[in-house]
Design a binder for this molecule. Structure first.
Ligand code: ATP
Length: 587
């Protein structure tokens, strides 16, 4: 298949903001795709080569791309760089510069999708000394054969910033429509995606074996399952009502979520956003292997940094230092010991457990693990009584936890991969006159600082994620809570996400000094949620021309590097928090 066919579809997708139109354009592209390359086309459309959990990224540095563009256009690096500063998008620069070359010199051969995929794969896989030259050669060879429009997308892909603005759910709908003729089959494809975290695999299965192929997909050790998530409430009576009067109440540990996959051949740990973090936690692999009874299993738990002498829990910031490390891992293991608290079991010795009730999974988990100083099961009580919940909450907080997670004990309390639902409800310690919980918001814009904040940002424009239309919608301008060090680091932290104009994924009525690609997620607390004429989250849902805003937002100091922008708090959650506030006022 010609690469130009994909690029034509991309141009049309980029030109529309309507999700259904995007979906139909994609479905049309998938229908035209030969089945043997459907995975490649799916990954490329996501701006990737492989599923995220494999950790293979293209992400070439801007400098290298400027050099490649200079080579293929015959312009100096300075000219390319100046054009970049003006346009803010190297993809556009490539299209313009190469557009000026004559067609003959430019298109020495017609690029196919497989050519593009294979060359990017070589770029991504080349490592070690001399790899920069190799990458540069491969990229230049692609550029020599590319038309100006193809060059635009090749360059964006090389930067790891394709930014078509197509959400995973839209891709699933397009696949359902293209290969089963019915968009409503998306739910079955979504289940397959949730247990495999691999859209390319789902695409291949549905394209080659239809809906039956999808239904036969099973959980597999080594392939992460998208995590089940909790709703939130701040009143135990209400929580018990939601859970039919009875709950498994557990400590909510404040650490890193881990999905641990072990078999005789595989030892892997995946983070909440399904990155492979095995290398940073060799100690955790050792503890799990030592204490597990089945030969192969998939566990879930929260890993917390602990004080080696007192065994007290240490703040989240401690374990997050270990997560980011690529070097000196041995030292870090000694300096920051960790303990894993297991709370779920998704697979054990050939048996998939996700469709079992929570109490059955917990029973198998209890039998599967021999606890020791470094690994144990999450603290749990089963109760129907709110006073007991409050007592347990006090115990959890004095033991250094954030609060509790209350889980359904119903027979249908299956593991809902990839879903946030009322089967798990988090209950955090509430602060008077403050929001009962923090929210995780995405940085979409910045405002230049003055005075003491000169050279940095005075405030950031923050957004929640609207899952329905895939947009990031603003909820506040936040300038509080940043330490001097945060302020010093913000410009460099945000530099690579800077855009020349507002991203098509961002809905904002406010005009920022600088726009960012939605990427960085911050934890924010605030006083209350109010109606707002200037913010776009939940706009027109409660009142015409009004959205919702967080009043007096403060950065808590926690960068949520474990969350992708799509994992940030959703506009639906903000609406839920607003409605909860109203209920409390009326009581
Ligand atoms: P938060 O920002 O509050 O950590 P989150 O958005 O990461 O939440 P939620 O679904 O809202 O995820 O809350 C569940 C999280 O709580 C899990 O992702 C997990 O990391 C953590 N956790 C701690 N203890 C438990 C437990 N006993 N059972 C389930 N999850 C737990």
């Amino acid at each position: 298949m010609k690469y130009s066919l994909m690029v034509d579809a991309y141009e049309k997708i980029e030109a529309t903001t309507k999700r259904l139109e995007m979906r139909d354009l994609l479905a049309n592209l998938f229908q035209k795709t030969p089945k043997n390359i459907i995975s490649e086309v799916t990954y490329l459309t996501q701006g990737k080569l492989y599923p995220d959990y494999m950790g293979i990224e293209i992400g070439l540095a801007e400098k290298l791309i400027v050099r490649a563009l200079s080579l293929s256009s015959g312009k100096t690096e300075k000219t390319v760089d100046n054009a970049f500063r003006k346009k803010g998008d190297l993809g556009e620069v490539a299209a313009t510069l190469l557009g000026k070359k004559t067609q003959q010199t430019l298109m020495s051969r017609t690029l196919s999708v497989s050519d593009v995929y294979k060359i990017f794969d070589k770029i991504a896989q080349s490592t070690g000394s001399g790899s920069i030259d190799v990458k540069l050669r491969f990229l230049s060879s692609l550029m020599n054969d590319a038309s100006p429009i193809e060059a635009k997308y090749i360059i964006r892909m090389a930067l790891g910033k394709l930014r078509l603005g197509v959400a995973d759910m839209t891709i699933l709908e397009a696949l359902a429509s293209a290969f089963t003729g019915d968009v409503n089959n998306k739910d079955r494809l979504e289940r397959a995606y949730n247990i495999s975290s691999d859209l390319g695999l789902v695409a291949k299965l549905v394209a080659t074996s239809g809906i039956e192929g999808i239904t036969e997909l099973n959980v597999e050790v080594g392939r992460p399952i998208r995590p089940m998530l909790a709703e939130r409430l701040s009143d135990p009576t209400e929580i018990l009502e939601k859970l039919n009067g009875k709950a498994a109440v557990e400590y909510k540990y404040d650490g890193l979520r881990m999905q641990v996959h072990i078999s005789p051949k595989i030892s892997s740990i995946f983070s909440r956003r399904l990155e492979n973090i095995t290398e940073q936690f060799p100690d955790v692999i050792k503890y799990v292997k030592k204490s597990m009874k089945p030969k192969e299993a998939i566990f879930e738990g929260e890993c917390v940094a602990i004080d080696a002498i007192t065994t007290d829990f240490l703040p989240f910031q401690m374990i997050s230092q270990r997560r980011g490390r690529k070097h000196e891992i041995k030292d870090m293991v000694e300096q920051i010991p960790v303990k894993l608290f297991l709370f779920d079991l998704l697979y054990s010795n050939g048996i998939e457990c996700t469709q079992m009730s929570y109490q059955n999974r917990r029973k198998i988990l209890t039998e599967a693990i021999k606890p020791n100083d470094w690994i144990s099961l999450s603290e749990q009580i089963i109760t129907t009584n709110t006073e007991e919940i409050e007592k347990f909450m006090n115990r959890a907080v004095s033991d250094g936890c954030e609060g509790l997670i209350l889980k359904s004990t119903d027979p249908n309390s299956t593991y809902r991969a990839g879903a946030r639902g009322w089967v798990w409800i988090k209950y955090k310690r509430a602060y008077k006159s403050e929001l009962a919980d923090t929210v995780d918001l995405v940085v979409v814009g910045g405002f230049y600082g003055r005075g003491k904040r000169g050279g940095s940002y005075g405030a950031l424009l923050l957004a929640a994620y609207n899952k329905v239309n895939g947009k990031f919608q603003t909820v506040c301008k936040c300038g509080s809570g940043f330490t001097d060090n945060d302020l010093k680091e913000l410009p460099s932290k945000l530099e690579s996400s800077t855009l020349s104009q507002r991203s098509s994924q961002v809905d904002s009525k406010i005009s920022a000094d600088v726009w960012f690609n939605p990427y960085l997620v911050l934890e924010v607390s605030g006083d209350e949620i109010t109606l707002s004429p200037v913010h776009t989250a939940c706009e027109n849902e409660l009142r015409k021309n009004s959205g919702l805003a967080i009043r007096f937002p403060r950065f808590t100091g926690r960068y949520r590097l474990d969350k992708s922008p799509e994992d940030a708090s959703t506009t639906k959650e903000i609406l839920g928090m607003y409605n909860n506030q109203l209920k409390k006022i009326s009581i």
